[in-house]
Design a protein around this ligand. Structure first.
Ligand code: G
Ligand code: G
Ligand code: NA
Ligand code: MN
Length: 252
């Protein structure tokens, strides 16, 4: 509980940061987007989001933090456009409690409009467990956001307990193949699962992206399977905005 209090204080003092990890097209290896990831620097180093995001969810703080994440991402997306990067997407992680907030859909639309973002350049990432938690609220909200033009991705696909029937009901654009299926490039069980997810995505007309790509052989294997994009340390780690701009400039 001390940690929740510290999180609340640090968030109010604007000490949370948003870092960005590039996403590349597997064929051209050009940057096509990025995922915004929360970072919490403290005097004892960075506290992992896998520790503090659950605390933020439990305490309700995620509503305000999540709104800040969307606003900050859109502000940066607007800056990127001004810097000439007018095609890249920004992916933002969304937690279940945010969907329970009756203002959520309007809030997102309001921010996208305020920062003059083309809606298709913002992508919301949700996990299967978010969908399964309260399918009706999530499906309804995502349909409204999708109608506005915002993109939707399923994060960590294959690790939650989802019902395949929701793949038909959700207005999806992309499946993110969880990095636990990328570890091996030899024909083994996790490789077969990665292959099946890519095939499923392709058959459903969805884009696919492989997470956690660390080796060149993993990238070429995913490309061979028909996966569209990749994200991982092979290309870049999550980085602050200034470093991201340098990274993009070097690619020109
Ligand atoms: O970046 P890292 O691997 O440390 O992230 C760990 C987890 O925290 C990931 O599952 C990621 O989705 C989650 N996370 C990071 N940033 C955000 C955020 O802005 N909102 C939510 N809900 N989760 C986030
Ligand atoms: O759960 P989610 O997919 O949102 O988590 C994204 C997290 O995965 C980020 O915190 C990021 O630091 C981490 N990540 C991104 N690329 C790699 C990678 O190539 N290897 C490993 N081990 N982690 C990665
Ligand atoms: Na994510
Ligand atoms: Mn993931």
């Amino acid at each position: 509980l001390g940690l929740i209090r510290q999180l609340r204080t640090d968030f109010s003092a604007r000490k949370l940061e948003l870092w960005y990890q590039p996403q590349v097209d597997l064929v051209t290896e050009r940057v096509v987007g990025m995922e915004a990831l929360l970072r919490w620097p403290t005097s004892e180093g960075f506290i992992s989001p896998s520790v503090f995001v659950p605390l933020a969810e439990y305490s309700g703080l995620i509503i305000d933090i999540g709104a800040w994440v969307i606003e900050e991402s859109c502000r940066r997306l607007n800056k990127l456009t001004q810097a000439g990067y007018d095609n890249v997407r920004m992916a933002v992680n969304i937690s279940m409690p945010q969907f329970r907030d009756p203002d959520f859909v309007n809030m997102v639309i309001r921010i996208v409009t305020e920062y003059q973002i083309e809606p298709a350049r913002l992508e919301l990432e949700i996990t299967e467990s978010v969908v399964m938690d309260e399918p009706q609220i999530v499906i309804e909200s995502l349909r409204e956001l999708k109608a506005f033009g915002i993109k939707i991705a399923i994060d960590d696909f294959g690790t939650g307990f989802s019902s395949m029937s929701y793949l038909q009901q959700l207005p999806l654009d992309r499946l993110k193949v969880d990095r636990s299926f990328i570890n091996e490039i030899k024909p083994n069980q996790s490789a077969f699962i990665a292959e099946t997810i890519v095939t499923l995505g392709n058959r459903l007309g969805l884009q696919t992206i492989a997470e956690g790509i660390e080796k060149r052989e993993q990238a070429s294997y995913m490309l061979k399977l028909g996966c569209d994009e990749a994200q991982g340390f092979l290309y870049a780690k999550p980085m602050p905005y200034d470093n991201l701009i340098e990274f993009l400039d070097e690619q020109k």
